[in-house]
Structures are given as C-alpha cells and as structure tokens.
Design a protein around this ligand. Structure first.
Ligand SMILES: O=C(O)[C@H](O)[C@@H](O)[C@H](O)[C@H](O)COP(=O)(O)O
Length: 223
C-alpha cells in the first residue's frame, strides 16, 4: 500500500483524474478495451468531473460501479445516476456502462444476467474505491450476512449485500474481482477516514473489509 497526500481535494481530483486517464490510455494501447470500476457515494464526483474531459478512446472503455444500491437508476442514491451525471458526460459520454443492478428485480434475480455482461469485461483495468469510516469498501460491510463468502478468493464476481446499517439492499463486486484489478486506487478525505484506514491495516477483513483489498493499492488522501 502506498499513500499519496494532496494539499487539497481539488489537487487530488486533478492529479488522480490525469493519472487514471494515463492508465486507461496505456491499457487501450495494448488491449481492445479497458474496464474502469468506480465507487459511488459522495467522494469521487470531483474526480469524475475532470476525468470525463480526458482525450481517450472512450468508446473502448467500459465503466461500472464497484457496487450498486438496489434502487431505480434515476434514484438520488443510485450510483448509476452519479456516474451518468458526472462521469459519462463530455468526452466520456461514449463509454459503455455496465449496470450492476437491473431495476425492478430482486437482487438475487439479476446476478446471473449481470455476471454474464460483466465477465467479458474482467479483469478490471482500473479500480477506484471509496471507504466508509466503518471501514467498508464497495458494499462489503462488517457484520453483513455473506461477508466471508464475498471475501473468499474463490467467490463469484458478484454478491448481494444486505447491510443492517444501510437503507437498501445492494449488489457488490467481491474481493477477488476487486483484487484482480490491474491498478487499484482508494480515495479518502479527512482525518477520521485516515485513522480508520490505519486501524484497518492491523484488523481482520471480516472486521474491516477494506483490509481485504489493500495489497498493492494506492491511497489518495486530502483533508
Ligand atoms: O456506493 C457506495 O456506497 C460505495 O461505493 C461505498 O463503498 C462508498 O465508497 C463509501 O461508502 C464511502 O462513501 P462516501 O464517499 O459517501 O463517504
């Protein structure tokens, strides 16, 4: 794990977006397509605002969320909506979006269809994770049913998450898919998340799920 500190969130967004664009460009140089998985939540929006303007062959890029809340795609809590409004605009509008949840369905009922769309797009080329102060990442939450299975190296690509602390069910990429990414990044802001990350480093992934994905990751931090 490598930690990069930035003087402020704007600098982080600009630097990281340029770095991600470079990684995607390098992937497209040697591959027909590239896959970018991004966190939802409140953290990554400013990075998307810069990245969407990158001069890339976006029509060869597939974009997906690391996890999705089981709500309609235009719901204010849908990561699909955040990605549509902040990332798949400008030059990036020609990227292809891979949904993790198919609205209207019970989460279990969409897993097979979503996995069939996702599998040809793996391994992830570039992964951008977020983390909660409770040390969850994607929708891998301590204490949720099925966490151990979703952290297992042989887990299927997707898992249904029913975290008690969250208002809705979710579908998440599992640890082997996250760890299979060729390049892994984590964005965190503020002292509380920095402390939580430091604590997680000596904890078991079932207590601190972020610990399952720290190997080889670059953490981007700003106050
Ligand atoms: O959709 C989600 O909820 C995420 O992908 C999740 O893992 C997120 O990254 C963290 O909860 C941090 O959320 P914030 O960025 O809002 O603090």
């Amino acid at each position: 794990m490598n930690i990069q500190d930035y003087p402020d969130r704007d600098m982080l967004a600009i630097d990281l977006a340029n770095h991600l664009a470079g990684e995607l460009e390098a992937t497209l140089f040697t591959h027909d397509s590239a896959t970018l998985a991004v966190a939802g939540g409140t953290t990554p929006g400013p990075v998307f605002d810069v990245l969407c303007a990158a001069d890339l062959d976006w029509h060869r890029v597939m974009v997906l969320p690391t996890d999705e809340r089981c709500v309609p795609q235009d719901h204010s809590r849908a990561n699909a909506r955040l990605i549509a409004e902040r990332l798949l605009v400008n030059r990036a509008a020609s990227a292809r979006y891979l949904p993790l949840y198919l609205p209207g369905a019970e989460p279990e009922d969409c897993l097979a269809e979503v996995e069939a769309l996702l599998t040809p797009a793996l391994p992830l080329s570039v992964l951008v994770l977020g983390m909660g102060e409770d040390m969850h990442t994607a929708s891998l939450f301590a204490g949720m049913p099925g966490l151990a299975a979703a952290l297992d190296a042989d887990a299927p690509a997707l898992a249904v998450a029913r975290p008690e602390t969250q208002p809705e069910n979710r579908i998440t990429l599992t640890a082997p898919v996250l760890n299979g990414a060729l390049s892994k990044h984590l964005i965190i802001y503020g002292a509380a998340k920095r402390k939580a990350l430091e604590r997680a480093m000596s904890m078991h992934p079932e207590e601190a799920p972020i610990a399952a994905v720290l190997d080889g990751i670059t953490v981007h931090w700003a106050e």
